[in-house]
Design a protein around this ligand. Structure first.
Ligand SMILES: O=C(O)CCC(=O)C(=O)O
Length: 364
């Protein structure tokens, strides 16, 4: 993150948690209990659809602050270095992860839209309009997004979901640019972000601009979280091909081996053929929260409209004793930069909640 970008940070005022527990119990027949019985058991959060749409989670001021911060970051982006020319395509089946991708676990890294380049490899628009996402640790390294991630609103949500020691593990500022904004193929977040036991991940997705069917709003497959996590993506997963250093799920990919700074990652099985016929669009006005169970099948279509669809998404995982971050997740932290819990209400943490800036992550 450049100094210029950091200095553009506007003050962020968040309204207190606007999600009273009664909302959960009225709208969600199988509302989560405040505490899972024990974190070593599969997380016992079940609600009917596996997702929940909460309008006005963020105040208009908070939306404006995060949106303008996102724009400032985009405007400050210098794409001249070759390693910044990474493309994100959710449809591509990775087999080798580059240092740029792996280092994004602790950074605010820029990824381009697949459709951002012409045949000669040149950007077709100003860089700020070609970015697919800024990921995967904006919630740590950027003060306004960090303020959101560590706000009472998000901690209250985590508490309502039953987290004892919620770890913010990943975040993405997603642009879904007009015309070139790519699709996000149907997936489950716990495919990529697993704990042992799994799933304990929840996605906290907030619209920073109105999202509708034309510009590529989220879609969800109601109840699909009950089918469990259908496949994994991670380090050392994937089929090994003869004569190659590693493999990827389903035999897809280029067949290239890993270089010295690269790590083989892949899927442990081919993409399931999802029946999406009962999928529902989740249009969301700016400020709306879409809460996503880690095993819910969700996706978004390409942006077919003329407006962008900016959103910020934060993923939480349980970090209490007995629940470990999977050692084969692609996203791994350096030993001296563990995940920092939002609060620690676990037995080890004294059960009292609180700041939690110094906690160490439960790692496998
Ligand atoms: O914003 C999108 O289009 C997809 C977001 C997503 O899949 C997620 O937050 O898990």
């Amino acid at each position: 993150m450049s100094d210029r970008a950091s200095s553009l940070a506007p003050p962020l005022s968040l309204q207190p948690c606007s999600l009273p527990l009664s909302v959960w119990h009225e709208n969600v027949p199988h509302a989560p209990s405040l505490r899972p019985p024990h974190p070593s058991q599969p997380f016992s959060i079940h609600f009917t659809a596996g997702f929940l749409v909460v309008p006005d989670f963020l105040s208009p001021d908070a939306v404006a602050a995060l949106r303008s911060r996102g724009q400032a970051l985009l405007d400050s982006f210098d794409p001249s270095s070759p390693e910044s020319r990474a493309v994100f395509s959710s449809a591509a089946q990775f087999r080798v992860s580059t240092p740029h991708f792996l280092a994004s676990a602790t950074a605010a890294s820029f990824f381009f839209e697949e459709g951002a380049f012409d045949e000669a490899g040149q950007l077709t628009a100003p860089p700020s309009q070609c970015v697919n996402k800024i990921a995967h640790a904006l919630h740590e390294v950027d003060p306004p997004f960090r303020a959101f991630a560590r706000s009472p609103a998000v901690a209250g949500l985590a508490s309502a979901l039953g987290y004892q020691r919620p770890l913010p593990v990943q975040s993405m500022y997603i642009c879904k640019q007009p015309a070139i904004g790519g699709e996000v193929v149907p997936h489950q977040d716990s495919t990529f972000l697993a704990t042992v036991p799994s799933p304990t991940v929840f996605g906290v997705w907030v619209a920073l601009e109105d999202a509708n069917e034309e510009n590529g709003c989220l879609w969800g497959l109601p109840g699909s979280h009950r089918g469990g996590v259908l496949r994994r993506f991670g380090r050392g997963l994937g089929e090994k091909e003869e004569g190659k250093a590693g493999g990827t799920g389903g035999g897809e990919g280029t067949g290239a081996g890993a270089g010295p700074d690269e790590v083989m990652v892949g899927f442990d099985r081919p993409a399931p053929s999802y029946d999406l016929s009962t999928g529902v669009p989740l249009p969301a006005k700016a400020g709306t929260l879409v809460l996503l169970h880690g095993a819910i099948i969700h996706w978004s279509a390409p942006n077919a409209g003329s407006t962008s669809r900016h959103a910020f998404t934060l993923h939480l995982a349980e970090g209490a004793r007995g629940c470990a971050w999977a050692a084969d997740n692609w996203l791994q932290r350096p030993a001296d930069q563990p995940f920092v819990p939002l609060y620690d209400a676990s037995e080890e943490g004294g059960g009292g909640g609180g700041g939690g800036e110094s906690g160490a992550a439960a790692t496998a």
